[in-house]
Design a protein around this ligand. Structure first.
Ligand code: SF4
Ligand code: SF4
Ligand code: SF4
Length: 488
């Protein structure tokens, strides 16, 4: 029975075990992209490299046999640098946006394509929930936001930008307030403008019992000064937030002493010029652009939450693969995501989709190109790009690959530009005895995963479509509507 050390921890394994098995036994995580326990290792991605201390070599942990007396280092600088290079190389060939351009531009980071998919399917309550979750006050913003997201909308290259602002303005009312489960901790938010409301709602979503204090007799702060905002809309949104469990204490001041006695934490939402300062408070700056104030409120709430949990502050920016400007042919590919020919901007040839019933919000939402990735949370490539601080521009390609969608009108979609050729789907379809399955076709750089003999995706994935989507480490194989992205 080989006995070895992983980062100094003794591990004793079976004779056939690998270094990866030995690491797992002592709870040391080694990143992998192409590994699946029950399948023969290929070491094709090489992300699992570790250092054999005795020889100084970097070896793939998934296929290197565990040898008696081995000393393995899984996280030294050399290993980290090698993993970063491996990720940068994979990303240099990678064609896809983790986030849609509209979501990137929205200061409050509304998951726009996800909301649009729900509207298009007629799931208005779920769409409203996404708008509430991300924007706190979607109906108010629907009246006063200058909609920077629409300026970045790719649909404008075809005809017009999607009316995102109108859709969250009208749709935001469709869900009833529900109070998330509480953690037992109490927090205070000082002031009830857009930043304060957003902080309070985020803290409420994170499980805190939240009280908003304001000297003014009515909540809303400077939102009440907006001439284009109907006060009934503001009042309805405040009522919704109160219904979700936020307590408002208006027309009163609160002392520092009371805060420290009664609350676990506090967010002060205001402007520098307000002259009021709370030591130890997390600060959410109000902004003349209400959507920026909402973003500031969310950020302060997240910072307070991390502080109260004893976790280190972190930047909200995740790794984000970017395609940049689309070619005409790529725009045509993304147009395949539109459910009907009418929505894609072509003369209608068929009816039957909900949007064809003349429901205009659904029809507008149906024009979305769905520029985002469907695995923004579970993608392992993104996760490790974050962890190892990868840089997609480190090895720039002379001519980047093209966006291509295969199986766009089926439930599973394949995007070759996001495939890292790990081979897991190929092995799984083979093991399951799929009639056609998936296979590597071509040679060298031109190798691609395909259904053999020019078959359709659905013909290759008759038995194990779900399994293939689940093991695919990237957004190359996805379900059309499966992943819900939970942002912080
Ligand atoms: S496959 Fe992963 S890295 Fe690529 S766009 Fe999707 S989430 Fe981002
Ligand atoms: S087409 Fe849809 S996903 Fe793409 S930028 Fe416009 S709203 Fe966003
Ligand atoms: S499509 Fe297949 S080969 Fe490509 S990354 Fe996904 S599982 Fe791996």
């Amino acid at each position: 029975m080989p006995e070895l050390r992983i980062n100094g921890l003794p591990s004793s394994v079976d004779v056939d075990a690998t270094v990866l098995d030995a690491a797992e036994l002592v709870f040391v995580e080694i990143p992998t992209l192409c590994h699946l326990k029950e399948l023969e290792p290929e070491a094709s991605c090489m992300l699992c490299v570790v250092k054999n201390v005795a020889t100084g070599e970097l070896i793939p942990a998934c296929s290197a046999k565990a040898i008696d007396g081995m000393e393995i280092d899984t996280e030294c600088d050399e290993v980290q640098a090698a993993r970063r290079d491996i990720l940068n190389l994979l990303l240099s060939e990678h064609v896809g946006d983790c986030e849609a351009p509209c979501t990137r531009i929205c200061p409050a980071h509304l998951d726009i394509p996800l909301m649009l998919r729900e509207i298009e399917l007629g799931n208005m309550e779920s769409a409203a929930w996404i708008a509430k979750r991300d924007l706190a006050i979607p109906a108010i913003l629907g009246h006063i936001c200058p909609a920077p997201c629409e300026k970045g909308c790719r649909r404008a290259q075809v005809d017009e930008a999607i009316p995102i602002r109108d859709l969250h303005r009208d749709g935001g009312r469709a869900c009833s307030p529900s109070a998330p489960p509480k953690s037992g901790k109490k927090v205070a938010v000082i002031n009830s403008g857009a930043a304060g409301l957003s902080s309070a709602w985020k803290l409420c979503q994170l499980g805190y019992t939240c009280t908003v204090f304001d000297e003014a007799p009515r909540a809303g702060g400077t939102l009440r000064d907006h001439k284009t905002l109907p006060m009934a809309v503001l009042d309805a949104e405040l009522e919704w937030l109160a219904g979700a469990g936020i307590e408002f204490k208006l027309g009163c001041t609160i002392s520092l002493h009371t805060i420290s006695e009664e609350f676990d934490g506090v967010v002060f939402a205001g402007t520098e010029s307000s002259g009021i300062h709370f030591a130890d408070a997390f600060y959410a700056e109000e902004h003349k652009l209400a959507v920026k104030a909402v973003a500031n409120g969310k950020a302060a709430a997240i910072a307070l939450d991390l502080f109260l949990k004893g976790e280190a502050p972190r930047s909200g920016d995740r790794f984000d693969s970017k395609v940049g400007k689309l070619r005409e042919s790529e725009l045509q590919e993304l147009l395949k995501n539109c459910a009907t020919d009418e929505q894609a901007g072509k003369p209608a040839t068929h009816v039957g989709h909900p949007a064809a019933a003349g429901l205009s919000a659904q029809s507008e939402a149906g024009k979305c190109l769905h520029c985002d990735c469907r695995k923004p949370v579970s993608c392992k490539l993104r996760k490790y790009a974050d962890r190892y601080d990868a840089d997609q521009r480190e090895f720039p390609a002379d001519d980047r690959g093209r966006i291509q969608l295969i199986g766009h009108n089926e439930s599973v979609v394949f995007e070759p530009g996001k495939c890292i050729k790990c081979g897991l789907c190929v092995k799984i379809t083979k093991r399951a005895g799929e009639e056609l399955g998936l296979a590597f076709v071509g040679r060298g750089f031109n190798t691609q995963v395909q259904v053999p003999f020019g078959g359709k995706l659905q013909d290759g994935l008759k038995v194990v479509a779900r399994e293939c989507v689940e093991v695919c480490p990237t957004g190359a194989l996805v379900f059309r509507n499966a992943e819900v992205c939970l942002y912080h």
